[in-house]
Design a protein around this ligand. Sequence first.
Ligand SMILES: [Fe+2]
Length: 105
Amino acid sequence: MAEHAKFIAGLLDPSEEALIETARMFGREFDELTAMARQATMHTLDISSVTAESREKTARLRDFKEAGTKGLLECRIQSIIIPLLGDHVLREANHFLCIMGICQN
Ligand SMILES: [Fe+2]
């Protein structure tokens, strides 16, 4: 999810400053979550709080991707992201949520 957020930030038009900052924030948050998950795994700590935080932040990133894909389709967002890529990363966020036990129909 961190890589998705970072490449989304890199493919937006520089005029989309608020969206770029939001995408970068998601990138930082998922880098922190990855580090926390690695620490918990290395030290055999309870990972349930990291999983809960991952679910919550992935749901927020999924909503950001959904709004972004809609904005691309409606030509309200300036970017070199094609809507098909937006749909692809949206599906991957939903798949990740399913892996963590939260599936949507
Ligand atoms: Fe992919």
